[in-house]
Design a protein. Structure first.
Ligand SMILES: Nc1ncnc2c1ncn2[C@@H]1O[C@H](COP(=O)(O)OP(=O)(O)OP(=O)(O)O)[C@@H](O)[C@H]1O
Ligand SMILES: [Mg+2]
Length: 248
């Protein structure tokens, strides 16, 4: 049985249809890379899965839970958010909280974990991303790469079934990209199910076992990295890949 199944997801903003009936099925342990042109709906798709945007219609199944996007209840929203974490392009850390507090916050207030236990767990996650020594630093005192790694530690501390990453490296200086890619690769090797929107084809090749090409609110192609990235059949995908390879 699929871990996550999305059927016929549609979303419009002010009469402009941004997602036109997207379907996706992923299994536990899958790492799905989403690539595609700017404005094709990639971010909106991730936000819809996490219910940060309310889709107009479609259904979502996560394990045995099923919901209809057109009538999501507050309880369903909470349940989904507990199981699907999102890591943002611009980190979205609390500016007035330390690295440690950014991680413990969700455990203490969202999960009713004791402060001691939350601190222990946060330290474990900080160590996993190599930033234990930065636990008392505020976001402004950390590099972009370090902030993003705190964002990853904050997500993994909540033991999500799925982590959604929206261009996790695109705001970083080139020399910091590697550390974040390494962290995500480590999660992949530990079996964490993830969906990663990225423009970095080498990163998609390294971490993903499935690739989706998004165009104009639709999934234009879905397949293995070899099929989509190395031997694309579709002219549009060939053109996109050759255009971005010129940037890198
Ligand atoms: N809150 C919003 N209100 C109105 N329009 C929106 C909103 N969010 C996104 N859109 C529109 O939806 C379309 C898809 O946007 P989205 O951010 O999902 O694209 P994307 O594929 O993530 O692009 P990029 O690669 O540039 O991040 C765009 O035309 C965008 O202007
Ligand atoms: Mg986007």
């Amino acid at each position: 049985m699929a871990l996550l199944q999305v059927d016929n997801l549609k979303k419009s903003f002010n009469n402009k249809t941004v997602l036109k009936g997207v379907n996706l099925q992923i299994d536990k342990g899958d790492v799905v890379a989403i690539i595609g042109p700017s404005g094709s709906g990639k971010t909106t798709f991730l936000k819809s899965i996490n219910l940060l945007e309310q889709p107009d219609s479609g259904t979502l199944k996560l394990n045995d839970d099923q919901l209809d996007f057109s009538k999501v209840t507050p309880a369903e929203k909470l349940k989904i958010r507990r199981k699907i974490a999102m890591v943002f392009q611009n980190y979205a850390l609390f500016k007035n909280k330390t690295a440690l507090e950014n991680i413990t916050e969700g455990l203490i207030y969202g999960r009713n974990v004791s402060k001691d236990q939350a601190t222990q767990r946060a330290n474990k996650e900080l160590a996993a991303v190599g930033l234990l020594d930065k636990q008392d630093f505020y976001p402004a005192q950390l590099s972009g790469g370090q902030q993003q790694r705190i964002g990853i530690a904050r997500a993994t501390a909540l033991d999500p079934e799925i982590i959604l990453f929206d261009e996790p490296t695109s705001a970083l200086d080139p020399e910091l990209v590697g550390t974040v890619v390494d962290d995500i690769d480590k999660l992949a090797r530990n079996g964490q199910t993830m969906i990663v929107v990225t423009h970095l084809i080498s990163f998609a090749r390294r971490v993903a076992n499935k690739v989706i090409f998004f165009e104009d609110g639709n999934v234009l192609a879905f397949g293995s990295p070899e099929d989509i990235l190395d031997h694309p059949k579709n002219e549009r995908i060939k053109q996109f890949l050759s255009a971005i390879s010129k940037d890198h």
